[in-house]
Design a binder for this molecule. Sequence first.
Ligand code: G3H
Ligand code: ZN
Length: 286
Amino acid sequence: PLASTGELVTTAAGTRSAVAAFNVITLEHVEAVIAGAESAGAPVVLQVSENAVKFRYGRLLPLARAAVAAAERAAVPVALHLDHVQSDHLLRQAPDAGFSSVMYDAARLPYADNLSATRAAADWAHAQGLWIEAELGQVGGKDGRPPLDAHAPGARTDPDQAHDFVTGTGVDALAVAVGSVHAMTTRTATLDHGLLKRLSAAVAVPLVLHGSSGVPDDGLVAAVAGGIAKVNVGTALNVAMTGAIREFLAAHPAAVDSRKYLSVGRDAMAGEVQRIIGVLAGQSAP
Ligand code: G3H
Ligand code: ZN
């Protein structure tokens, strides 16, 4: 059934666990995430980013309507989240499109501007009954820009500023920069678990990890123990899907029916979803 992100994250935070949130681009992504979550027997968040909407000719509704229909028929709770929103025009489409939550991303702005823009977004979101996440610090690596140096001074989230930001904006969850970088295709990121513990102690809301594709399994497990309650994964699904399709097409150079390779890609994605949910639940890979 269709669930609400706020309830899933609150439940996870209350049990020191985390809900997995996967970025979806195509209908195959939607189907794979739900199939993987059903195999794992766990709730899941489907998230659509502003970049994914740009890919869909700027239209949110076609993919959103499909995701709602798939979520309503799922055997596990599935919530819809609008991810990395910079455009107010897109933000305002969230409630009608079936989203229970948004991530408002003004982390590129100077601190005072991030605070005021996020506060305005949070006031609007709460008036609509939406749960809202925002980012402080810079995870970086988005929009094809060169990956940001996660160790650069100023990139990490500062605990005192995080406290000020959360109380000043009223957001429901905070995405923190603790060493992960978006769009990594290798799982080699090293998280600053000491900083994560200090952030967790400094703010009263659940913390969110972005760029989780680049974090090794033991780093994810430690992050959840350290206070991360929502784990965002995008690139790892594309690595699984594209790798499987590339292999299939190499082995079947005469294949033309898109169902043949899309089903292979979808199965590989579903397997990765199930594996990651298992890692977050503390089950080690077989
Ligand atoms: O908001 C989305 C996530 O941060 C995904 O990051 O593609 O590096 O896993 P990723
Ligand atoms: Zn992100």
